[in-house]
Design a binder for this molecule. Sequence first.
Ligand code: TXA
Ligand code: MG
Length: 323
Amino acid sequence: MKVSVAEAKRILSHGGVIAIPTETVYGLAADATNPKAVEKIFRIKNRPSDNPLICHFYSFNDAKKYLAPFPVYLHKLTEQLSPGPVSYMLKLQLPSSLTVATRGREEVIIRIPKHDLLLQLLREIPFPLAAPSANTSGKFSSTNAQMIESDLGDKIDGVLDGGNSAIGLESTILDCREKNCIRILRPGAVGKDDIEWILRNEAVTVEENSAISITTPGSKYKHYSPRTPLTEVFSLSEIPSDKKNIAVLGVSEQLEKNFYKENMKLISLGSERNLQGIASTLYQKLFELDALNFDVAYFIHHDWGESAMGKALNNRISHFLMK
Ligand code: TXA
Ligand code: MG
């Protein structure tokens, strides 16, 4: 059921749970300071109860009152990158009303999303929104209202429909707890180079590949996966040609290079020259794949390169390919 900003405000204020649009992926949101409302998110998603939730704010200024003293570079960073597709792990000012959302942890991950409709809502409510991605635990994130209706429709109190998520992959997560070092815990649209450029006059190093698993229990679990098992291949010739109902995913250049086979449904991810384009519809392509109800599908290997978006794509895709 689609809801307006006014209805969303009323539902959230009464402890309800709604899907919210963001520029990265949709979130499943509740009042972060309301323990009962936060627990509902875990039940709806079937999310392991030790997996903490990102808290969303209208502005960095609104988030400050929840934070312990933080590194000075954070002002520069948030000024340049927020609202935007970046989340910051910071120490909480204890005791905190956010520890239900953080599952008892003393650090919180905060985000100021860049989406007009959501910012309108966040401006009007006096509490932050705890919101993991809007999907059943283990599955790929939803990037439009149709995907949410299909996955969670009957379990939630509404969807604030803000169209297709522009970026299509989850935010970059930065561990900003240390004074002189930032760790990228999850790659996203904003990369190491962007951060280093913004902080070029500061004595701060930026480290990559510090998987969120070091700090996050959530990563023990399956992530970003379609229901249809996807096996990686290096060319179409590796795909058994005698089988029926086979789906093949790949960048358009690879699919075009290969001849068409009648029993294959080709799903093009888009051109390798436009990684942003591929990211923005990747999860929608997985949704399309699952709707086919095939037993097997293949993913043509691609080297995604070293750009921020390339690394983010590689990270998500390597999670959902069969090992
Ligand atoms: O783009 C995004 O970040 C989206 C939109 C809705 O904002 N949200 C999102 O949330 O991707 P989620 O829950 O799907 O992924 C957040 C990750 C999870 O791996 C979770 O375990 C971790 O961040 N996380 C959240 N709060 C944490 C905390 N306080 N300490 C450690 N890890 C945390
Ligand atoms: Mg998620």
